[in-house]
Design a protein around this ligand. Structure first.
Ligand SMILES: Cc1ncc(COP(=O)(O)O)c(C=O)c1O
Length: 417
């Protein structure tokens, strides 16, 4: 049996895929595991109650349950869902969007695969066009999506250290050259892995650069507003005809419903609908049916603002205080300002080895983190910072996060000096 070149590309066990395999093997036989590595959202009891209530309502509402499971929706999405979401976005933010500006995909992960495929790669004249990530580190889930190497370029960010043990990445706008080979710009906001939220002025600068060049700006809003609202800064949500905004029901608490959302200009939505039709025929209906009434009556905003956001905010604060408690005086560290998303990004400034070694030691002690080097794809130059950071998911059980952080401090201390 032989795979094609593209088949080989998608199955080659490089980078993060190798890490996943390695983890599975390593965990066999480990007694207690502190899972600070994955991207699963927390199970929030009040939110789970709402999903249960919605399922009961669906079961009680005539043949709604059968229609949800036994009919294909269209390749653009469920009509009622598209209308309800367009209504909310236009009323709440004044954006000129109608249902024709929204497409649903099976998770926003596949939405970004579609977008990269639509815009990057060889154009009809045979020229290779690339996606530019103006700020790196960036979401590792994009890294292996293109069918060929070399589709992505990224820029080093500027590091602003603003108080003891805290820093924030900034887009180096002065050095943001955009060559003729760039097809699109892409950022996640809030950013996975760092918890960074690009400021309004950074977004406005990127948006005007993109508009001037007639390029799309992809903004991955999987953690942002209006839902799930895991964003701790007051920033302005933006959309424009050249902005392609990604959203998701996953971090709202419905990752298994695989519902991704793209808000974009009509030609992009038509293209995504075609891709959906070709690749998966129709969109998954369950997440859309569960949330449509919550979009209509605004409950989704209340859940995001009053339950989800405070839940993660207090968890982030606690994890930060444990990092300071256990690291102070033992480890030379700084943590990225926690502005959103479900991760903390820790920078070890003076380890005598790369963080991959720290990762190996932690794994032996049952603590799973994600070593940072995988989030620096697309960089043309070397940057030692790429081997100095790890990502932890702070959303898991408190005692595990606390103990996991304590073990990280113990192991990192051994690698100092
Ligand atoms: C920044 C970002 N974008 C997209 C995704 C994909 O999410 P989903 O496919 O579940 O919508 C994730 C998942 O963790 C993410 O962190």
């Amino acid at each position: 049996m032989r795979f094609s070149r593209i088949g080989e590309k998608y199955t080659s066990k490089s980078g993060i895929l190798a890490l996943m395999d390695d983890l599975g093997a390593a965990l066999q036989g480990t007694d207690k595991v502190y899972m600070l590595g994955g991207g699963n959202p927390a199970h929030i009891p009040q939110v789970n109650e709402i999903w249960r209530r919605r399922m009961e309502e669906i079961l009680a509402a005539g043949d709604e349950f059968e229609r949800m499971l036994a009919n294909y929706d269209g390749p653009q999405g469920n009509k009622a869902f598209l209308e309800a979401l367009a209504g909310m976005l236009s009323e709440r933010y004044g954006w000129a969007v109608g249902p024709e500006n929204i497409a649903v995909t099976n998770g926003s992960q596949s939405a970004f695969y579609y977008l990269f495929t639509l815009f990057a790669g060889q154009d009809s004249a045979g020229k290779l066009r690339k996606v530019l990530f103006p700020l790196t580190p960036e979401y590792v889930g994009y890294a292996d999506q293109p069918s060929e190497a070399g589709f992505f370029v990224s820029r080093r960010s500027v590091i602003d250290e603003f108080e003891e043990h805290r820093f924030k990445y900034r887009v180096d706008l002065d050095n943001l050259e955009i060559g003729d080979d760039i097809a699109a710009l892409c950022v996640s906001r809030p950013t996975n892995p760092t918890g960074n939220v690009l400021t309004d002025s950074e977004i406005s600068a990127l948006s005007s650069v993109a508009a001037d060049r007639e390029l799309p700006l992809f903004i991955d809003n999987a953690y942002g507003v209006p839902f799930p609202g895991i964003i701790f800064e007051e920033v302005k949500p933006v959309w424009d005809r050249h902005i392609i905004l990604g959203m998701s029901l996953s971090k709202l608490g419905l990752p298994a419903s695989r519902t991704g959302i793209i808000v974009a200009d009509v030609p992009v939505i038509d293209a995504l609908s075609s891709l959906n039709a070709v690749m998966s025929l129709a969109t998954g209906s369950v997440g859309q049916v569960i949330t449509t009434p919550l979009l209509k009556n605004g409950e989704i905003l209340r859940i995001s603002k009053d339950i989800i956001r405070p839940y993660y905010k207090q968890k982030a604060n606690k994890a930060l205080s444990w990092i300071d408690e256990f690291f102070e005086g033992r480890v030379d560290y700084s943590v990225h300002k926690s502005e959103g998303a479900i991760f903390l990004w820790i920078w070890f400034k003076n380890l005598r080895v790369p963080v991959s070694e720290l990762y190996e030691r932690l794994k032996k002690r049952g603590v799973i983190v994600v070593p940072g080097q995988f989030f620096f794809y697309g960089l043309e130059e070397e940057w030692e910072h790429r081997n100095q950071c790890i990502r932890i998911n702070y959303g898991q059980a408190e005692e595990d996060v606390r103990r996991g952080i304590e073990i990280i401090a113990e192991e990192a201390q051994k690698l100092h000096g």
